[in-house]
Design a protein around this ligand. Structure first.
Ligand code: FA5
Length: 372
């Protein structure tokens, strides 16, 4: 029941009859519903006839686009009263969902049809060349390292890795180079801001670490890795370079074992004609100490630019492990002896591949790297 101007009025039939509240003008809800249903039926019928993606697009514009009946009815929602709005909304939404679902189905049908006809009409030309694959390569230093591992693996050595950032003690003190000893000047060291921490200048600190790890068993290890020195870079010096260290500790290890192992390594690496010599030298952590030289492979020992006219090329340092170093590693020097060697991998790479400048190895020139 509603009251208007104090007089009782007839209740308006609610369903199917709505009022445009602003103008207080009756709108026939049945008319709206009929229009929408007519639109739905016509749209679905015309969708049946759609065959191409272009026609489907045109259909979408006409029936779900901005000026379609569905969308314009949505646009007018604000002009309906609170009571009318849900009714109109429900009716128009039902039509919209029906049209959208039909559109999605049709779109999938057309896509499949297009795919099937493309598959039927187009042929795969298997004779067309494919895209060339860019193959990666091993860096020459890594190639050489693998070869070094293989050679020493055959001789019964195990690879032992130790840190590149080291303590001052490991890099120097336990190698018989106490703080403030002038022997520390042999290495131009990068000290870090953390006291007692350095970038390792050689792989020798791995001697202490591996001995402490293996004690009381015999040690036969190869210690590979990067070393850093504050050096003037030139043809044969880098700031960062690779070394491998050899360490053998056992009862009865002799200098002859050292000489035999290094000579065998050189022959396996550079061929049976290669031969080595040991030149007296000094390292604080070996006694006696020597430099391992190889007869120049470029001139056969006569003397050339590469060997600076000497006929010999230095591969690295070596010697018998100093008794104090054995002790720092945990071994009794009265019972055990050992030999150690430290060889530059970059320089060995230069010799192996006849490269005349160490700086090629790290400047990432693809023309250089492609040759390996
Ligand atoms: C040492 O580093 C000793 N730790 C080697 C050693 C180990 C001796 C065990 C005795 C027992 P040296 O500073 O000479 O020694 O370096 C050894 C090798 O590393 C050199 O022969 C060279 O091949 C390589 N090397 C040294 N400095 C550089 C550099 N700046 N660039 C490239 N290679 C280098």
């Amino acid at each position: 029941m509603g009251k208007k101007g104090g007089t009782a009025v007839e209740p308006r039939p609610f369903i199917g009859r709505v009022f445009l509240s602003a103008e207080k003008k009756e709108v026939n809800m049945i008319d709206i519903e009929i229009d929408l249903q007519k639109e739905q039926q016509a749209a679905l019928e015309s969708l049946e006839r759609v065959e191409s993606p272009e026609a489907l697009d045109t259909w979408k514009q006409a029936h779900l686009g901005k000026s379609s009946l569905v969308m314009t009815t949505f646009g007018k929602m604000g002009s309906f009263s609170k009571v009318e709005r849900p009714q109109v909304g429900r009716a128009v939404n039902q039509v919209k969902v029906a049209l959208e679902n039909a559109y999605a189905l049709k779109e999938e049908t057309i896509r499949r049809k297009a795919l099937l006809s493309a598959m039927a009409s187009e042929k795969l030309d298997v004779t067309l060349p494919g895209y060339p694959v860019q193959r990666g390569r091993m860096h020459p230093v890594n190639l050489l390292m693998r070869e070094i591992y293989r050679i020493f693996g055959d001789m019964g050595f195990q690879v032992y890795r130790s840190p590149e950032v080291e303590t001052d003690d490991m890099n120097f003190t336990y190698l018989n180079i106490p703080p403030y000893h002038p022997a520390r000047d042999m290495w131009d060291t990068f000290y870090t801001e953390d006291e007692g921490v350095v970038l390792r200048t050689h792989t020798s600190p791995g001697q202490i670490r591996s001995m402490r790890d293996y004690y009381p068993n015999p040690v036969r290890v190869i210690l590979p890795g990067a070393c850093m020195r504050y050096e003037q870079q030139d043809q044969s010096h880098e700031i960062e370079f690779m070394q491998f260290e050899l360490l053998v500790v056992d009862k009865g290890v002799t200098f002859a074992n050292l000489k035999g192992t290094m000579d065998d390594f050189t022959k396996r690496m550079f061929g049976p004609g290669a031969h080595t010599r040991l030149r007296p030298s000094h390292f604080p952590f070996t006694e006696p100490s020597a430099e391992l030289d190889m007869a120049c492979i470029f001139c056969g020992g006569v003397g050339c630019g590469v060997c600076h006219g000497t006929g010999w090329i230095e591969l690295g340092g070596c010697g018998m492990v100093h008794p104090r170093v054995l002790k720092y590693g945990g071994y009794d020097p009265e019972v055990y002896s050992g030999f150690a060697a430290g060889v530059g991998i970059d320089r060995t790479t230069l010799l192996r591949y006849h490269i005349d400048d160490i700086r090629y190895l790290r400047n990432n020139d693809i023309r250089f790297l492609e040759q390996f």
